[in-house]
Design a protein around this ligand. Structure first.
Ligand code: SF4
Length: 395
């Protein structure tokens, strides 16, 4: 492996939000110190397994990593620098507006963090209450200013739209307030109802109704137009950035480049194999202490799965799917992998070809889920029975 990103998971939150399906657990801090020790042990094992890989992006996600004090984040990054070749110019830490006042952001910066990703979600008090977030709109502004004052010049704000009953007006106001803070990056995802969440149970009981798909599409279109006018380029379906501020770590996932992983439930990918650690923080700590394996899942995707992932991930990006690179990697061009979907999508102007690059058009973005599903089923029908054909990723 010539280089990799590194994802580090901290699975604790003040409270579990009703829509959240991340590996996050409401915590009052009793496990934090033991978890920190387990993380350091995990990093030692990652180094033992993969060697002193050059790490060019680090992402400390959660959960709410800002529940950990700067000294602990510093100790984690020191371990990374000691055990790997840390060449990262982007070291992101997620933070929540309701917790940042507890810590000194200059301390996180001093510890080595270069980018803060803040879960703002909405600037509307009623929407934040609906989402069961612990912060108020005023706390987002306060937290953002604290992060900026600490010297960070690379800040992301996460926003969520398509809440039941949300109006274009409240969403436009949230977008306007987010833009007014001048973050370098904005993510805007629609609310999804994932299996096992409290929101999904409430929907099953008839207490919540999903926003109709056509309305969600109109929110997404309005979002892209609003952010484009404010100088944010859409480089991925749900992600917008100022020049040179696209998230380098997340680009690794969409480009299917290696990302090593540490932490409970953390997913890793070495270009061929993917794996994840045990999800329960208690079990993760126990295994780290006992010297037991931390991995709970491991697989090498089949040729069809790897092809499908490549199509789905790369078409999400503005840079698109390079047909020549796809052919070189899988031995078949897109025109052989999903010919019908490709031809129909080009004819319907859902996809466009710029040289060898296939990219979604604005109309294609709005129907991307069904386009991806059709491409996946075609690839599975044509290649699903073959042995693994994809070799180690050259990156
Ligand atoms: S703060 Fe984020 S990670 Fe924590 S429960 Fe809420 S949505 Fe999940």
């Amino acid at each position: 492996m010539n280089g990799a990103g590194l994802y580090i998971h901290i699975p604790f939150c003040v409270r579990k939000c009703g829509y959240c399906d991340f590996n996050s657990h409401a915590s009052t801090g009793e496990l934090h110190e033991a978890y920190q020790e387990a993380l350091l042990e995990d990093l030692r094992r990652v180094r033992e397994q993969h060697g002193p890989v050059a790490i060019d992006t680090v992402f400390i996600g959660g959960g709410t990593p800002s529940l950990f004090p700067p000294a602990w984040i510093g100790a984690i990054l020191e371990r990374v620098a000691r055990d790997f070749r840390l060449e990262a110019r982007e070291i992101t830490m997620e933070a929540n507006p309701g917790t940042v006042e507890r810590h000194d952001f200059a301390g996180y910066r001093h510890a080595g963090v270069t980018r803060v990703s803040m879960g703002a979600q909405s600037f509307d008090a009623a929407e934040l209450a609906f989402l069961e977030r612990i912060h108020s709109p005023a706390e987002i502004v306060e937290a953002f200013r604290a992060v900026r004052a600490a010297g960070f010049d690379n800040i992301n704000l996460d926003l969520i739209f398509a809440l039941p009953g949300q109006t274009p007006g409240t969403w436009e106001r949230s977008l306007a307030q987010a833009v007014a803070l001048e973050p370098e990056h904005l993510s805007a995802y629609n609310l999804t109802f994932e299996p096992g969440t409290e929101f999904t149970r409430r929907r099953a009981r008839g207490e919540l109704a999903e926003m109709p798909e056509d309305l969600q599409a109109s929110f997404l279109t309005a979002t892209a137009a609003r952010l484009d006018a404010a100088g944010y380029a859409r480089y991925e379906i749900s992600n917008f950035a100022r020049p040179d501020r696209a998230c380098a770590h997340n680009l690794r996932y969409w480009r299917r480049l290696p990302v090593l992983a540490a932490g409970a439930g953390a997913f890793g990918f070495d270009g061929r194999r993917r794996w994840s650690n045990v999800r329960s923080p208690q079990e993760y700590i126990r295994r780290a202490r006992a010297g037991d394996p931390l991995e709970a899942f491991s697989e090498i995707p089949s040729a069809a799965e790897a092809m499908t992932e490549a199509v789905l991930c790369r078409l999400r990006l503005d840079e698109g799917l390079d047909a020549d690179a796809f052919h070189a990697e899988f031995g078949s061009p897109p025109a052989d992998a999903f010919p019908l979907t490709l031809r129909q999508s080009l004819d319907a102007a859902l996809l466009t070809a710029r040289g060898p690059r296939l990219t979604l058009t604005d109309a294609g973005i709005l129907v991307s889920d069904s386009l991806f599903a059709r491409a996946a089923s075609e690839i599975d029908a044509r290649f699903g029975k073959r042995e693994v054909a994809s070799g180690p990723n050259p990156a």
